[in-house]
Design a protein around this ligand. Structure first.
Ligand code: KIV
Ligand code: NA
Length: 265
């Protein structure tokens, strides 16, 4: 089985083929998602909220993400494995090297970090040292205290322009994937069209190259707040495997997210 790579995701973008991705944190779900054809699994620091019951992602540590990355990586074959760099684990380039190394040794194929221009030196340094990087812009949950809550980002001309600039600077610095979270659909479309690299959306409308959901949200089993941009696929299908397959189908056909799971400008 040929492993999904940055090259195969780039080819999908160039061919106009949408792709579906999910978070996972353990071997059983990761293997099921891999078998169903999920192209990328993110060990998100969302694990702080959906596994640990915390009210934000800030308490999550590198050791915890590394542990769950090992659980996912050991059971998957085809899917690409991306691990989140948790809060303050990439505050300086040197910290990012040490912490990214721990996640790559645990089995990640790429690391993801939240932020704009200030990350460019870190990204360049990581890529030069053999660590592929995924960017993350928009509602970056590690900055929830700066935003004053989990709020849509990128609304208004100035904020939109700023986000597009950040995306282009991150691409120049060397990111090979970009996640856009909770921004107006038209803005996400502009970013996806402006960049060569694949752009993965969550709460960012249907016009990004790929989609990602937190697995507990798409199965409708999240304890606590469920974001409005998610969809409960288990309710529709009554079966986890069929739920994942329907999610993949709907993403590939451009049916998910629909307008009701998207935000306007
Ligand atoms: O932590 C996470 O699960 C994420 C995704 C929602 C993109 O960062
Ligand atoms: Na995250």
């Amino acid at each position: 089985m040929k492993k999904v790579s940055v090259a195969s995701l780039l080819k999908k973008k160039q061919d106009g083929q949408k792709f579906a991705t999910l978070t996972a944190y353990d071997a059983s779900f990761a293997k099921l998602f891999d078998d169903c054809g999920i192209d990328l699994i993110l060990i998100g620091d969302s694990l702080g909220m959906v596994l640990q019951g915390e009210s934000s992602t800030l308490p999550v540590t590198v050791e915890q993400v590394a542990y769950h990355t090992r659980c996912v990586a050991s059971s998957t074959e085809r899917t690409m494995v991306v691990a989140d760099m948790p809060f303050m684990s990439y505050a300086t380039p040197e910290q990012s090297y040490e912490n990214a190394a721990a996640l790559m040794r645990a089995g990640a194929n790429m690391v993801k970090m939240e932020g704009g221009e200030w990350l460019c030196e870190t990204i360049q340094g990581l890529v030069e040292r053999g660590v592929p990087v995924c960017g993350h812009l928009g509602l970056t949950p590690q900055s929830v205290n700066v935003f004053g809550g989990f709020k849509i980002q990128g609304r208004g001309d100035a904020a939109a322009r700023q986000l597009i600039n950040s995306a282009m600077e991150l691409e120049k610095a060397g990111i090979q994937l970009l996640v856009l979270e909770c921004i107006p659909a038209p803005l996400a479309k502009r970013v996806a069209r402006s960049l060569t690299i694949p752009v993965i959306g969550i709460g960012a409308g249907k016009d990004t190259d790929g989609q990602i959901l937190v697995m507990q949200d798409m199965l409708g089993i999240t304890a606590g707040y469920v974001p409005s941009f998610s969809k409960n696929y288990l309710e529709v299908t009554g079966n986890i495997r069929e739920a994942v397959k329907l999610y993949i189908d709907e993403v590939e056909q451009g049916l998910f997210p629909a307008a009701e799971q998207s935000f306007d400008e």
